[in-house]
Design a protein around this ligand. Structure first.
Ligand SMILES: Nc1ncnc2c1ncn2[C@@H]1O[C@H](COP(=O)(O)OP(=O)(O)OP(=O)(O)O)[C@@H](O)[C@H]1O
Length: 321
C-alpha cells in the first residue's frame, strides 16, 4: 500500500507573462516506509512539487492522496492534518526555525499540536526527540542561532518528527551544510527511516544523496517525470537521455549532478519547441525538427520509426508512469 500517492499534479507559478507550469502532470508513489528520490537539475520543479504536496503552493490540478484520501486543495482542519502527516524539511533550517524560540519551545509546540500534553510530558517528549536526532537534551534551552548548521538541521528534523508524520519530504536537506556534516545528517535520515518506518521523499539535485537514501528514483525535467526506476536499475541502465546526461554529469563531478553536461539547463519559461529532449537525444540535432524520428524502444511511440509529435516525450519502456 502506498502512503503517499501524487496523481497528475499540476502547479502554475508566476504571474502574467512570467506565468508558467512548473509542475506538469507529476505522478509519484511512495510506499509505506519507502524512500523515493526526486532528482533533476535546478529549476526542474522539484521544490514546487514538494510545496504543492504539503499545500504550501496551490495545485492547479491533480491529487495528493494519503492512504487513498485526497488532500489536494485541502483547507482548515484537513490542511492541518495533511501537514501533520507530511512534514517538509527545507534546505535552510534558519528559514524554518523561529530565531526567538528556544529549541525546546519549537519542538514542544509541534509535539503538542492537536493533542493535550502536560508541561512535564511536553518536556519529556522534547528530550526524547532530541535524543532521537542524536542531540543532547540540554540543547532544548538554547536558541537556533547558537547552533551549528548541522545541529540546526537535526533540530528541524526533530521538530518534523514531533508531529508523528507518515512521511518526511526532505528538500535538499544537506545542500547548505559543510561536506563534513552532510554524511552524518544522511546517516541520521537513514536511521530514522529504519527505526520509525517513516516514508521519505528525498528531493535533491545530487544523485549521490538519493542513491544513498532511496530505493527508487524519479527523474524530473522541466516539470515532468521523465523516468522512474529502482535505484540500481536507474543508475546502471538509464533509459531516458536526460537521465543519462544527469548520470554522466554526476560521474564527471564525482557523483554530484548539479549541472547536466550538455550546458545550461533550458529556460522553463521558454521551453524548447518541438521535442524537448532533442539536444540530448541519441539521434542528435536535426535541421528539420518535423522530420525527427523517435528512436525510443517504446513500442507505442518509436519502434516502428514513427515521427515525433510536436511535444513528444521520450517514453522509455517500463520505467515511466
Ligand atoms: N513563486 C514563483 N514565482 C515564479 N516562478 C516560480 C515560483 N516558484 C518557482 N518558480 C519557477 O518554477 C521553476 C521550478 O522551480 P523549483 O524551485 O521548483 O525548481 P527546483 O527543481 O526545486 O530547483 P532548485 O533546486 O534550484 O530550487 C523555476 O523556473 C522557478 O523559477
Amino acid at each position: 500500500m502506498n502512503t503517499l500517492s501524487v496523481r497528475d499534479l499540476r502547479v502554475r507559478v508566476g504571474d502574467g507573462r512570467a506565468a508558467m507550469t512548473a509542475v506538469d502532470g507529476v505522478t509519484l508513489d511512495l510506499p509505506a516506509g519507502g524512500a523515493l528520490g526526486l532528482v533533476g537539475e535546478s529549476g526542474s520543479g522539484k521544490s514546487t512539487c514538494a510545496r504543492a504536496i504539503v499545500g504550501l503552493t496551490p495545485a492547479a490540478g491533480g491529487q495528493v492522496l494519503l492512504d487513498g484520501r485526497d488532500y489536494a486543495g485541502a483547507r482548515g482542519r484537513r490542511l492541518r492534518e495533511l501537514r501533520r502527516r507530511v512534514q517538509l524539511v527545507f534546505q535552510d533550517p534558519r528559514a524554518s526555525l523561529n530565531p526567538r524560540m528556544t529549541v525546546g519551545e519549537a519542538i514542544g509546540e509541534a509535539a503538542a499540536a492537536g493533542r493535550r500534553l502536560s508541561r512535564q510530558a511536553r518536556a519529556a517528549e522534547v528530550a526524547r526527540l532530541l535524543e532521537q536526532v542524536a542531540l543532547d537534551p540540554a540543547h532544548a534551552q538554547v536558541r537556533p542561532g547558537a547552533l551549528s548548521g548541522g545541529q540546526r538541521q537535526r533540530v528541524a528534523l526533530a521538530r518534523a518528527l514531533a508531529t508523528r508524520p507518515d512521511v518526511i519530504v526532505a528538500d535538499e536537506v544537506t545542500a547548505a551544510l559543510d561536506v563534513s556534516v552532510q554524511g552524518s545528517v544522511l546517516n541520521l535520515l537513514r536511521r530514522l527511516r529504519a527505526e520509525t518506518g517513516l516514508g521519505l521523499l528525498v528531493i535533491s539535485h545530487d544523485l549521490a544523496v538519493v542513491r544513498y537514501l532511496c530505493t527508487e528514483i524519479a527523474v524530473m525535467h522541466l516539470g515532468r517525470i521523465v523516468e522512474r526506476a529502482p535505484t540500481p536499475t536507474l543508475l546502471a541502465a538509464p533509459q531516458h537521455p536526460y537521465t543519462r546526461a544527469l548520470i554522466e554529469a554526476a560521474a564527471l563531478a564525482g557523483l554530484d549532478g548539479e549541472q547536466v553536461a550538455e550546458g545550461e539547463p533550458p529556460d522553463p519559461l521558454h521551453p524548447p519547441s518541438g521535442c524537448r529532449y532533442r539536444t540530448i537525444c541519441p539521434v542528435g540535432p536535426l535541421a528539420d525538427e518535423s522530420r525527427r524520428i523517435c528512436v525510443t524502444l517504446d513500442p507505442a511511440v518509436g519502434a516502428d520509426g514513427r515521427r515525433h509529435r510536436a511535444a513528444c516525450h521520450f517514453v522509455p519502456p517500463e520505467t515511466v508512469v
